[in-house]
Design a protein around this ligand. Structure first.
Ligand SMILES: NC(=O)c1ccc[n+]([C@@H]2O[C@H](COP(=O)([O-])OP(=O)(O)OC[C@H]3O[C@@H](n4cnc5c(N)ncnc54)[C@H](O)[C@@H]3O)[C@@H](O)[C@H]2O)c1
Length: 260
């Protein structure tokens, strides 16, 4: 008879891990798809989104070991306070996945100061705030990993919908991830970013018409739009030990729509 092996009794990839996923209450969004996949692989998940009710409902859908928190990630004090609550509730934070974000497609001369500030405050500032909030506990544990969400918009000079301020905010996220990877590597903390192409979610607020969809499809060698799960699978890899020597990268997930 064979002795038991890891094949007989597989340890889940994220067993005993706690992950914070921001922007994960949107039912068709990248954050919730990722949270679901992390749970499938054994993680306990803290969902952060703007409205506590939405975050709590999303966490309930995942099961009883998960929790939701209302927090505007653009508010530094709120981000700190929320991470403290997560630490009290779960006792540890192993991974942070910064998915909260907004997209706007305003032409440059029409971008009002308020809209510019909101895009920067949430996309770049929110990522920074959340990173700053988790770094002390990760440093204390001498381990941790962070995934930030950038965009193909930062690589190709604007997105299919997101315009200049959105692209700039995501370019900032890419740079932030690289700089934090360098600074935090000696603490055992890895930081990477994902640059998705067009992912079929509700972020485009009805702008993805059938005509636009066909136009975009014609530019994607793999012949389909991205699905939230495409990003989730990459995020799972980047927070798992399968990527333990990977840090400071910006990884494309775009069906070949942007090859550089
Ligand atoms: N969908 C795409 O094609 C695409 C491409 C590249 C990058 N992205 C990025 O991926 C991330 C997720 O996008 P999605 O398509 O799933 O969008 P989505 O609109 O479905 O989800 C975004 C979530 O972020 C939350 N959020 C917004 N502002 C917040 C704040 N201040 N604090 C906390 N939560 C906040 C929203 O409530 C929502 O639940 C975004 O950062 C987006 O810029 C998306």
């Amino acid at each position: 008879m064979r002795s038991p092996t890891s094949l007989d009794c597989p340890m889940k990839l994220l067993e005993n891990r706690v992950a914070i996923v921001t922007g994960a209450a949107s039912p068709r969004g990248i954050g919730l798809a990722t949270a679901r996949l992390l749970v499938e692989h054994g993680a306990r998940v803290a969902i952060i989104d703007l409205r506590a009710e939405d975050a709590e409902a999303a966490a309930r859908e995942l099961g009883s070991h998960h929790m939701g928190y209302g927090c505007d990630v653009g508010d530094r004090a709120a981000a700190n306070c929320t991470v403290e609550r997560v630490l009290r509730d779960f006792g540890q934070v192993d991974s942070l996945l910064n998915f909260a974000g907004i997209s706007r497609s305003t032409k440059v001369m029409d971008i009002a100061a308020e809209e510019y500030d909101a895009v920067m405050r949430i996309n770049l500032g929110g990522t920074m705030n959340m990173c700053q909030a988790v770094i002390p506990p990760m440093r204390a544990a001498k381990r941790g990993n962070i995934v930030c969400i950038g965009s193909v918009a930062a690589l190709r000079g604007g997105g299919l919908f997101g315009s200049s301020h959105y692209a700039a905010s995501k370019g900032g996220v890419h740079s932030l991830a690289k700089a934090l990877a360098r600074e935090l590597g000696p603490d055992g903390i890895r930081v990477n970013a994902i640059a998705p192409g067009m992912i079929d979610t509700d972020i485009f607020q009805g702008k993805l018409t059938d005509e636009k969809r066909a136009e975009i499809l014609a530019t994607i060698p793999l012949g389909r739009l991205g699905q939230p799960r495409d990003v989730a699978e990459l995020a799972l890899f980047l927070i798992s030990d399968w990527s333990s020597w990977i840090t400071g990268t910006i990884v494309d997930v775009n069906g070949g729509g942007h090859i550089h």
